[in-house]
Design a protein around this ligand. Structure first.
Ligand SMILES: *[C@@H]1O[C@H](CO)[C@@H](O)[C@H](O)[C@H]1NC(C)=O
Ligand SMILES: *[C@@H]1O[C@H](CO)[C@@H](O)[C@H](O)[C@H]1NC(C)=O
Ligand SMILES: *[C@@H]1O[C@H](CO)[C@@H](O)[C@H](O)[C@H]1NC(C)=O
Length: 257
């Protein structure tokens, strides 16, 4: 039963909330997107996937499985709820450091903590890749990305196929080695964003990564959630965790229009 004092308190709180509303009651209600209230009027677009058990994990038949575990809880008599999480650093929306495919870079300490925040934050172009091909040199050429563009998010057939909402599927679209090399040789792109767990197509998994990561200048951001976002120019913000010694990290990525 609610005590009398509490009821009075609730009523007076409600009263003061109501008093602060515009007279016609037309108070703008922020939209709820993915469980979060947005008060930015839609200016901030979340392009990060939610960590759920069914989320695909690279190369695994089963999904991610349980990531977060409640190890102590109020219900069990602890004085707070307390959770832990455990997952691969290449889970969900995440990025790769040069150490991911180069052992000498791993030994030299090029971990996620060394990635350049200037590259991870700034103007970015969201482009649609023709849906009938992986990203080859020919496809890259056809996209005609203007010189000077430093950050590009590539939306592919993966988004149309809702691949991030299904079990791992190796037929995802990604960069072929010649597409990655073309980007390295002919563009100023330093941030490469893609809409599945790997920037490299499955058949060129190693070779395309090697092409991208060799110079240590390019950062790969993988498994971006690019559904329902118009192609065009935005500001991207991607922030990895400072996991010292790790060759990758989950990241929260947003676009600002
Ligand atoms: C709470 O206690 C029960 C019974 O000991 C146990 O099965 C459960 O895992 C505990 N849960 C948490 C979150 O501590
Ligand atoms: C605390 O943990 C319990 C599970 O024991 C859960 O039902 C409850 O929602 C949690 N409370 C908060 C505030 O997260
Ligand atoms: C892209 O490459 C994968 C193999 O890595 C293949 O299964 C898939 O069919 C290709 N997709 C397209 C659209 O060509």
């Amino acid at each position: 039963m609610i005590s009398r004092t509490l009821l009075v308190l609730l009523c007076s709180t409600l009263h003061s909330i109501l008093a602060s509303l515009p007279p016609d009651g037309a108070y703008p209600v922020p939209p709820i997107i993915g469980g979060l209230r947005l008060s930015s009027g839609g200016k901030i677009i979340d392009i990060t996937h939610r960590y759920v058990e069914e989320m695909p994990a690279y190369g695994a038949e089963e999904g991610m499985g349980q990531v977060v575990r409640l190890v102590a809880s109020l219900k069990n008599g602890s004085n707070a709820n307390w959770s832990e999480f455990k997952m691969s650093v290449h889970s969900g929306t995440h990025l790769d450091s040069p150490a991911h495919f180069y052992d000498e870079y791993f030994d030299a300490g090029f971990d996620v903590d060394t990635l350049d925040l200037e590259v991870l934050n700034g103007p970015a172009l969201l482009v649609d890749v023709p849906r009938d091909s992986n990203i080859t040199a020919k496809v890259m050429k056809s996209l005609q990305i203007p010189k000077g563009t430093r950050r590009v998010l590539f939306r592919t057939l993966n988004t149309d196929r809702h691949l991030m909402f299904k079990e791992f599927d190796s037929s995802f679209v990604g960069f072929m080695a010649d597409g990655a090399q073309w980007l390295v040789d002919n563009t100023d792109i330093k941030l490469v964003g893609v809409d599945y767990l790997s920037a490299a197509a499955f058949v060129n998994g190693r070779s395309a990564h090697l092409a991208f990561l060799k110079s240590r200048e390019i950062i790969l951001v993988e498994a971006l959630k690019l559904d329902n976002v118009e192609a065009g120019l935005y500001n991207v913000h991607c922030l990895p965790l400072r996991l010292v010694g790790a060759e990758g990290s989950p990241a929260r990525c947003i676009l600002i229009k």
